[in-house]
Ligand binder design. Structure first.
Ligand code: PMP
Ligand code: GLN
Length: 383
């Protein structure tokens, strides 16, 4: 077996969800809503399943979805994409990440990764033979600094991977931070994979900034999105990557031997969803913000130190500031087994020298689910 995989445990999301199933805990670990997504989008998938072709769709995706992705970004983010040469549908953002990393990284290339980082990045970079160069963000602000970038970039930098909004910290990078990163990418003649799966889940009136639109970045950026995330249908695994024609061409060669295509009925339904009017997206954000505030207020009232959440489905509690001395992984293990709440230790998002006092909770849940978890976490503090 390839040694990279031989030594690898199951992902923290799988581990905590399995423990939640086993113990009957409330699952605020893995990021998924406990509702069934927008009814019209689900109905569009059901209709397409019985009324449209179930045979292989084109490798780059159904034209109707690729057009919908380009239109969606034109309307929501003022980006102009040519749907035929710049948009590829993938099986979730995960496959887009794999295809982009495999196509762009050659053995020995340096890849700048920002910690804490989504768990798929590092194994994919290592499998491609890349050499990780780690930038570390410091809690509670988790800001990107010039000193950290200067230390990570070198003449051998081929690629950097950005996740904005950032899972797990629930932070949104500022325009100044994105400009700084863009400056380093351009100055080093490098490329950027910009994982923007949380682009619609930003709060408090902020607008998502696509780094592809920054000076010098149009032809250097692979912008990745996820229909599963946008429509709270996380099991669907319909994602995409948008990039200039030369990059798209290279990445499609990796895509064709990873999955080749994605179920056509789900593609048709995501195309329908992307065309929803602005009100839908505004209301969706407001509902997630309300859930965030409910969980945050409940946990604060129970005495937990809650870190701010500017986007994503997540907020975090700071164990040290809450007076808990256990490391995050031990705390999560006890929490699920003894208190009946599954959460995610943020140390799982590090390659080295992890922050060990921050625990991530998913608030994309019904009020009853959140209230039940708040009650259990209140009881933990009282013990
Ligand atoms: N990137 C990030 C930052 C994520 O949080 C996730 C899933 N939560 C993914 C990629 C994977 O998305 P998908 O389910 O579309 O593969
Ligand atoms: N991205 C989801 C999260 O952060 C999990 C996805 C997965 O389980 N692979 O919770």
């Amino acid at each position: 077996m390839n040694p990279l995989y031989a030594q690898m445990p199951a992902t923290i999301f799988e581990k905590m969800s399995a423990l939640a199933r086993e113990t009957g805990a409330i699952n605020l670990g893995q990021g998924f809503p406990d509702s069934n997504g927008p009814e019209d989008v689900v109905a569009a998938a059901a209709r397409a399943l019985s009324e449209q072709s179930n045979q292989y769709p084109p490798m780059a995706g159904l034209p109707v979805l690729r057009q919908a992705i380009a239109d969606h970004y034109r309307v929501h983010q003022a980006i102009d994409l040519d749907w035929q040469s710049e948009v590829t549908v993938t099986s979730g953002a995960t496959e887009a990440l794999a295809a982009a990393i495999f196509a762009l990284v050659s053995p020995g290339d340096e890849v700048v990764l920002i910690q804490p980082m989504y768990d798929a990045y590092l194994p994919l970079v290592l499998r491609a033979g890349g050499v990780p160069k780690l930038v570390k963000l410091q809690p509670p602000e988790w800001r990107l600094t010039e000193a950290a970038l200067a230390a990570a970039f070198s003449p051998r930098t081929r690629l950097a991977i950005l996740n904005n909004p950032l899972n797990p910290t629930a932070t949104v990078f500022s325009r100044a931070e994105l400009e700084l990163l863009a400056h380093y990418i351009v100055a080093h003649d490098a490329l950027l994979i910009s994982d923007e799966v949380w682009e619609h889940i930003v709060f408090d009136g902020q607008a998502h900034i696509p780094v592809m639109a920054m000076p010098g970045m149009r032809d250097r950026t692979v912008k990745i999105g996820s229909g599963g995330k946008i429509f709270s249908l996380t099991g669907w695994k319909v994602g995409w990557m948008c990039a200039a024609p030369a990059l798209t061409h290279a990445i499609s060669r990796a895509h064709q031997f990873l999955t080749f295509t994605t179920p056509p009925n789900l593609q048709a339904a995501v195309a329908h969803g992307l065309g929803k009017n602005m009100d839908y997206f505004v209301t969706m954000r407001a509902e997630f913000a309300r859930a965030r505030d409910r969980l945050s207020a409940g946990l604060s009232a129970a005495g937990w130190a809650v870190l701010p959440s500017a986007g994503t489905y997540f907020l975090s509690i700071d164990l040290a500031s809450s007076g808990v001395t256990l490391p995050d992984d031990q705390f999560c293990e006890q929490l699920v087994r003894e208190a009946g709440v599954a959460a995610i230790p943020v140390s799982a998002f590090y390659a080295d020298d992890p922050v060990r006092s921050v625990v991530r909770l998913c608030f994309a849940k019904k009020d009853d689910t959140l209230d039940g978890a708040i009650e259990r976490l209140r009881a933990v503090r009282q013990r």
